[in-house]
Write a protein that binds this ligand. Structure first.
Ligand code: TMP
Length: 252
């Protein structure tokens, strides 16, 4: 079989040309990076866990009518996705102050916010993804006013869905990041959720204990990242609950 063509390699994923037009294969690596790749490691099993978790969130969103790029999972590390034209922004939704919002504005981590707050960051590694305003987005044509309105609406629907799903398994969705792409249907374009939704791109805190179950475990050296992601997957019923090692295991 001919070797498939790599389209793009990012810090945590690789995109390959897909088997049909307008599709790609998204491969989840075990690499973990933080602080614009200043901190790096390989976490065995992370790619397989994020593939499963992103499948779970994206297929749930598809089911309730929030469009995503996810088509189907192909194997332990790969999923088939719809090709889209990425908008060069990270859309962050925050329910509770944490991370850069806490440091930038001096709000103590864990302070509930009066309403979900949406922020946009420009995807540009050389600039370390700076925060930008709607004015910047429109003035520099990264997206139109209509796109901004649609991105906000999409992000809030994802927030409602994800917050509810997480609360159902005793986890608080503190904040998360999504990336959004355009697809064209004839003369019309619409926006869809793309990239991934996983504990790499969310903050997830246990409701009872406040324990962190997301990439902050790696960023802040709080313990085993694979254990934290496994806990999320078990609570969501993606992995068997028993922790005695006798059940099926994720393999590479
Ligand atoms: P922040 O507090 O570091 O700005 O992060 C806000 C949310 O966005 C948090 O859930 C982690 C996520 N995030 C990413 O997914 N990728 C990134 O590059 C950054 C900086 C944050």
């Amino acid at each position: 079989m001919a070797r498939r063509r790599m389209v793009y390699e990012g810090k945590a994923k690789i995109l390959y040309e897909g088997p049909e037009p307008d599709t790609m294969v998204q491969y989840f690596k075990d690499d973990a990076t933080a602080f614009n790749a200043e901190k790096k490691d390989v976490i065995e099993g992370k790619g397989a866990l994020n593939n499963r978790l992103s499948e779970h969130f994206m297929s749930g969103l598809n089911t309730i009518g929030v469009p995503t790029h996810f088509i189907k999972r192909l194997n332990m590390r790969e999923q088939l996705i719809r090709t889209c034209e990425m908008i060069p922004l990270e859309v962050v939704v925050r329910n509770v102050a944490a991370g850069t919002m806490s440091t930038r504005l001096g709000i103590e981590e864990g302070t509930p916010l009066p309403r979900p707050i949406i922020e946009f960051y420009l995807k540009d590694d050389a600039l370390s993804d700076p925060i930008v305003s709607e004015e910047h987005i429109i003035a520099f044509s990264w997206a139109s006013q209509q796109d901004v309105d649609d991105m906000i609406a999409l992000a809030l629907r994802v927030n409602d869905f994800m917050s509810g799903m997480m609360l159902g398994v005793g986890i608080r969705l503190v904040d998360f990041k999504i990336e959004i792409g355009r697809v064209f249907d004839g003369d019309f374009q619409r926006l869809i959720v793309a990239d991934e939704i996983s504990p790499d791109s969310c903050r997830l805190w246990d409701v009872e204990t406040g324990e962190k179950l997301d990439k902050d475990v790696f960023r802040r050296d709080l313990g085993s990242l694979a254990d934290a992601y496994t806990e999320v997957a078990k609570r969501l019923g993606i992995l068997p609950k028993g922790g005695n090692g006798t059940g099926p295991k994720l393999v590479h």
